[in-house]
Design a protein around this ligand. Structure first.
Ligand code: ATP
Length: 202
């Protein structure tokens, strides 16, 4: 089976930036956020099931899922939220496995923002955590998304803590530095992963 590295990190930590650099070096790239959108794309039976349960208000005029409307429906309703998670999580999980194994690159970087929260360590042979202090997460998230510091902090408060992610990690990438320095570490990790991929890594 393919050597799969799970890449995680809090909001604004730099997962996308780091994953793109691994891809540039030749790693295969799979993104849990993209898969989560694919499983509810127009035409998927999963979207029909969601429509059937929640009604017309969760569909946009063009027939796509209205994510904001669905989020509002499950926000204050624990049983609806559970129904939705029970529907989506196994599908997303299986697609992550399939797409990771189908990569032609020597190994796969599987980006899972909520790896720790959803206990998805078993999908990968190693876990790489992109790490920055919370203050840097707040700064970069608010600058990138044009949101206030307090709304960035509110999202961070709902995620696993920095320490929980670090405890789950085999490898840690310090992204609180200029990108040139980070890129050097990414190259070293890439060389390690290439080597591991050719061994019978358990
Ligand atoms: P999200 O979880 O919200 O999707 P992410 O973890 O994928 O975020 P990125 O989008 O890669 O994070 O990075 C967040 C912001 O920080 C971006 O604007 C990015 O350009 C910037 N950034 C990433 N790494 C660095 C760095 N080493 N130095 C300065 N800015 C950085």
């Amino acid at each position: 089976s393919k050597f799969v590295v799970g890449l995680t990190g809090g909001i604004g930590s730099g997962k996308t930036t780091v994953a793109n650099e691994f891809e540039r070096l030749g790693a295969g790239l799979v993104d849990a956020d993209i898969i989560a959108r694919e499983v509810v794309a127009k035409g998927e039976s999963t979207l029909a099931e969601i429509h059937h349960r929640f009604g017309d208000q969760v569909l946009a005029a063009d027939g796509e899922l209205n994510r904001d409307a669905l989020r509002q429906q499950v926000f204050s309703d624990e049983s609806q939220r559970q129904w939705l998670n029970n529907l989506l999580h196994p599908l997303i999980r299986q697609r992550m496995i399939d797409q990771s194994q189908q990569q032609v690159a020597p190994y796969t970087i599987l980006v899972i923002p909520l790896l720790v929260e959803n206990k998805l360590q078993t999908l990968c042979k190693r876990v790489l955590c992109v790490d920055v202090p919370v203050s840097v997460q707040v700064l970069r998230t608010s600058q990138r998304d044009g949101v206030t510091n307090s709304s960035a902090k509110a999202i961070i408060a709902r995620q696993a803590t920095r320490w929980q992610r670090l405890r789950a990690a085999n490898d840690v990438l310090n992204n609180n530095r200029v990108l040139e320095s980070v890129a050097k570490d990414i190259l070293h990790l890439h060389q390690h992963y290439l080597e591991f991929a050719t061994q019978s890594y358990p």
